[in-house]
Design a protein around this ligand. Sequence first.
Ligand SMILES: Nc1nc2c(c(=O)[nH]1)N[C@H]1C(S)=C(S)[C@@H](COP(=O)(O)O)O[C@H]1N2
Ligand SMILES: [Mo]
Length: 311
Amino acid sequence: MLIKKPADILPSEITPQRLFERRREFISRSGTGLLAGAALWHGLPSSARATTKLQTAPSALSTTEPLSDRDAVTGYNNFYEFGTDKADPARNAHKMALRPWTVSVEGMVGKPRRFDIDELLRVAPLEERIYRLRCVEAWSMVVPWVGFPLAALLKQVEPLGSAKYVEFVTHYDPRIMIRDVIDWPYTEGLRLDEALHPLTLLAVGVYGETLPGQNGAPLRLVVPWKYGFKSAKSIVTIRLTDKEPATAWNKFAPSEYGFYSNVNPEVRHPRWSQATERRIGELRKRPTQMFNGYAEQVASLYQGMDLKKFY
Ligand SMILES: Nc1nc2c(c(=O)[nH]1)N[C@H]1C(S)=C(S)[C@@H](COP(=O)(O)O)O[C@H]1N2
Ligand SMILES: [Mo]
């Protein structure tokens, strides 16, 4: 998000424009880069890493592309609450306590309910879904998420006919998270039909284990045809509403980040092209695909909409 010139610069040089000063501060205090983050993460005692194995079944909805390196997936993250450098989340997210954790599913539903996270893990059988994650910063990864369709959870609370959108609110604790940058908590939103689409996943794990904090433990969203920032991490509230929810990056820079945020090589970010991307671990650029390669499954959701206007 927010960076100046993706794809032709090193990831460690990627700098959110308005965060430049702050990031310099972070770097001088902590050293930088993917390797530092990954090494640190894997060097942590297992109590700090705190991931456990999950029982999963493979999904027919997975891509067959080669997986990105696990150290990249767990060491190169955007989770601004824990710092603005890609290595910061792996270093800091263990401060977040993952139990007890409740997720309130509320708003325009017949049966609002607070779920304990361990109940949520049993809402539906866990699947391994290998999806591309394409960041608006023009890098991408192929990630073996573990989770279940958001639709399975929404069905349990019985959305009312008047509900049109779903808002996601994430955990915010100023004692362990940064206080400036954006207006916390991080929020995101989907139209109800997007939320009910079978590709829309609530992820509870990655690489066959529960999520590490930096990937959004214990529960995060993954919407594979949208830019990575739609994947709200460490969700505490899921609220059905009849109004388009405000989203964190749209509030931060409305001309740069819209509500829809569909991966679209034809719509530029105002400051750089979205036509290509660099897969983490590769040097070459590859063309970005419409809806991140999921056009066949999701294009019909946007029939008749001008996607340059609804970006
Ligand atoms: N709460 C929260 N969720 C977040 C973010 C964040 O800063 N805070 N960053 C988003 C962005 S920009 C991306 S690209 C993905 C990154 O997910 P990953 O680190 O698991 O690859 O998380 C998204 N979810
Ligand atoms: Mo992102």
